[in-house]
Design a protein around this ligand. Structure first.
Ligand code: NAG
Ligand code: NAG
Length: 279
């Protein structure tokens, strides 16, 4: 990924990413944890009181999502009619993440990943390189085997809610020098190293990439990233690898298995543990 050294496009993106990181960095991480813990506790008390009433046979039919993130969207029976509501639901360090909010909906209809330079319309690779905000959904359940790393651009949401969307058996997702990305409800597993080569990263640019590591999701110099309800297992390198001054990241409600190298090196591991404990 150290391509920035000899490509002006990536050099510019690196400069922009540095500014984004300086802006997104929270100098008071305890406060972010405190706020999240408070939200979790408030939510927990409401839920448990109501649970008791349900136990007594007087359940009043309201939603019981057990954490503040899920409660924000899941309690709406018709959430699938208003998918972009999710953009208001991030909590914790990545709470400003809105992904593809206000962008159009792009429906992935094609699970193939054949052309890395001119991705076919309807494929996930074509979706993630579009300019401007975009809310990416999937027409039906599918297994996408990426031929090489998927270079996601800024202001995107990958929204796999309601289907069984797997990114599996090929290369992983790369968030390099990007800002504001949501990845929701996808299964990412059995990720292998890529070979690198020429890959398009935006509508206006493609370039040579070195081999990718085999991470499930690589977060490299990126800010405002929210990963929620993502199941990950068995990736050749890390499941999620957040490096190079990446900041303002929330990883919530996820399920990680079959890996011997899961390390969360940030303070908010505490908050995450609390959320996990209640769900
Ligand atoms: C039960 O849940 C509703 C909706 O979240 C809330 O307004 C209400 O205060 C809760 N009831 C109790 C007894 O906590
Ligand atoms: C993402 O969206 C923000 C807010 O609209 C905008 O300022 C920024 O330039 C966008 N980023 C990119 C890379 O398009």
């Amino acid at each position: 990924a150290n391509i920035g050294d000899f490509d002006d496009h990536w050099k510019n993106r690196e400069q922009q990413a540095k500014m984004n990181a300086a802006k997104a960095y929270d100098p008071n991480p305890q406060e972010a944890c405190h706020t999240l813990n408070k939200q979790v506790h408030e939510n927990y008390h409401e839920t448990s009181n109501n649970n008791t009433r349900r136990g007594l046979g007087k359940y009043d039919g309201h939603c019981l999502a057990a954490n503040p993130i899920d409660r924000c969207w899941r309690c709406d029976k018709h959430w699938s009619m208003n998918r972009q509501k999710l953009a208001d639901c991030a909590r914790g360090f990545g709470h400003k993440t809105t992904g593809g909010k206000k962008g159009r909906i792009y429906v992935v209809t094609d699970d193939s990943d054949g052309d890395l330079l001119n991705p076919k319309p309807g494929t996930l690779r074509h979706a993630v390189i579009q300019d401007g905000p975009l809310w990416i959904t999937f027409k039906h359940g599918m297994v996408i085997r990426l031929s090489e790393e998927l270079l996601v651009s800024s202001n995107k949401t990958l929204d796999g809610r309601g289907g069984h969307v797997h990114i599996a058996g090929g290369a992983g997702i790369m968030l390099q020098y990007v800002d504001n990305v949501i990845i929701h409800s996808v299964h990412i597993h059995d990720i292998k190293k890529g070979n690198g080569g020429l890959i398009r990263d935006s509508m206006s640019h493609f370039g040579f990439r070195t081999a990718s590591d085999g991470d499930g999701i690589s977060i490299f110099g990126s800010t405002n990233i929210w990963i929620d309800h993502v199941s990950m297992s068995n990736c050749m390198d890390g499941l999620i690898d957040a490096i190079e001054a990446s900041t303002a990241i929330t990883i919530s409600n996820c399920h990680f298995t079959d890996h011997n190298d899961v390390s969360i090196r940030s303070l908010c591991a505490i908050c995450l543990a609390i959320i996990q404990g209640l769900t």
